[in-house]
Design a protein around this ligand. Structure first.
Ligand code: 9WN
Length: 438
């Protein structure tokens, strides 16, 4: 029986249908009129509960943007206006590594895609019949593409001795203005570049819900630096002002590579499956090695300054995504549920805030600096269940569903007042509601 009230499921499916543009879904109706990489993975999971073939189309469309290097780009652009920076600013067109039939940005986002393939595969197996067949055909067609994505991450972004996946832009973390990046961003020296006008602030009720202008200057400057080396990975490592080992990204890579290995076994691709298992083990060990000796929380590493980045954020719980030793996992789980995090007395809903309410960097309504993001909540509930902590998953999922009962399917929610924030009818929020229903 679904755990989500039936009318909420219908409403969530209606959000996906309204945001559907054929083979792809816009991340949000006005704010994000293109296909985003990690959004597409979660959105496909949501679609999978409605229509497995439509879910597979979503992922196929995303793969149209895959670069020859193996990178899956952060954005596959559509012709719809209203978002900045668009293709003109990214200037990826004409590079030898980019696809020719779609335009893309030049960076990536967390590797949750093989997780999506896995979850949709489970749904297809439960459905049986044509859905199961469609999934098997899809897996055989696309396995290589997902494999190449993880290989690229391991090679081009996993060469630092820490074993962490490195990112070259805060947007690659998916948690753009998280306090995780404050110290590293402070070291970015913005140079001369063409003027620009933000579009995002035109679509939200209050600019205080979005990153600051100074953040945007850095974001755009980092794009200039990447353009200056034609997005070539080795050169980018040398020139980029922001070079950070992202522990949460690393954890998604570990989890996704592990489940893709199991799918590879089923396809009889033993050598590739073993390669994926090796990557997953290395990435998991890298996440474990970041643990702060005092708190046990995972830390990011600034590869430019060669120092640990300390911030009390949801990134500290990265090991819950990829798995850890049983005692470490249990301790982190009880910390997440305890009075410093989900159970913090200031919170409107007992859900993981993106930044600890006790952190000086906490702002309850500003983007990744405090608000609760339903899609992140869903990811933690899936991972907790996967790693054997079903009760904790159930507790958090129940609160997550209560939050969505307002029917706005907002991008994020004020952690203290519970108010819906950012875009309404955000696709991945609707997808989270649907995914909790299975
Ligand atoms: C930049 C689409 C994306 C999400 C990110 C979220 C936000 C973009 C932006 O929206 O980022 O990628 O313009 O603010 O931070 O996680 O993928 O929903």
């Amino acid at each position: 029986m679904p755990d989500v009230a039936i009318p909420l499921m219908y409403a969530a499916a209606d959000v996906l249908r309204a945001n559907d543009r054929g083979e792809r879904t816009v991340a949000a109706p006005r704010l994000y009129p293109h296909q985003w990489s990690w959004d597409a993975a979660f959105v496909a999971i949501g679609w999978g509960t409605v229509s497995v073939p439509r879910a597979l189309d979503e992922l196929r469309h995303l793969l149209r943007g895959q670069w020859a290097t193996g990178m899956i780009p952060q954005i596959v652009f559509s012709a719809e206006p209203g978002y900045f920076p668009g293709p003109d600013r990214w200037r990826t067109q004409g590079l030898p590594t980019v696809p020719t039939d779609v335009q893309t940005s030049g960076i990536c986002q967390p590797a949750v895609h093989s997780l999506a393939v896995w979850v949709i595969g489970e749904q297809a197996r439960r459905n049986g019949g044509a859905d199961a067949e469609a999934f098997e055909a899809f897996l055989a067609d696309t396995f290589e593409a997902w494999f190449r994505w993880h290989v690229w991450l391991d090679d081009a972004r996993g060469s630092h001795p820490s074993g962490l996946i490195e990112i070259h832009h805060p947007w690659e973390s998916g948690m753009d203005n998280s306090p995780r990046w404050d110290a590293a961003c402070a070291r970015v020296r913005v140079g001369q570049m063409a003027p620009y006008v933000r579009e995002d602030t035109k679509h939200v009720a209050d600019v205080e819900q979005r990153p600051a202008d100074a953040d945007y200057d850095r974001y755009l400057w980092l794009v200039e630096q990447l353009v200056s080396v034609g997005y070539e990975d080795a050169a980018a490592r040398e020139v980029i002002d922001f070079r950070v080992g992202d522990v949460f990204f690393t954890a998604t890579h570990a989890l996704s590579a592990a489940v893709l290995a199991t799918l590879g076994d089923r396809l009889g691709r033993t050598a590739q499956a073993n390669t994926l298992r090796g990557m997953a083990a290395r990435a998991r060990a890298a996440v474990a090695a970041t643990a702060d000796p005092e708190t046990g929380h995972a830390r990011d590493f600034d590869m430019r300054a060669e120092e640990w980045l300390r911030a009390d954020t949801i990134g500290g719980f990265a090991a819950l995504i990829c798995g850890a030793e049983p005692d470490v996992y249990a301790a982190l789980t009880s910390d997440l549920l305890g009075p410093d995090w989900c159970g913090h007395p200031r919170l409107a809903n007992p859900l993981p805030p993106t930044t600890s309410p006790d952190s000086p960097a906490f702002v309850s309504r500003n983007y990744w600096r405090g608000p609760q993001w339903p899609v992140i909540t869903w990811l933690f509930t899936w991972a907790l269940r996967h790693h054997g902590h079903a009760e904790a998953a159930k507790t958090i999922a129940a609160a997550g569903r209560d939050q969505l009962a307002d029917g706005t399917f907002s991008e994020y929610y004020d952690a203290v007042t519970g108010a819906p924030l950012g875009s309404r009818n955000q696709s991945w929020t609707a997808a989270a509601a649907l995914a909790w229903a299975t």
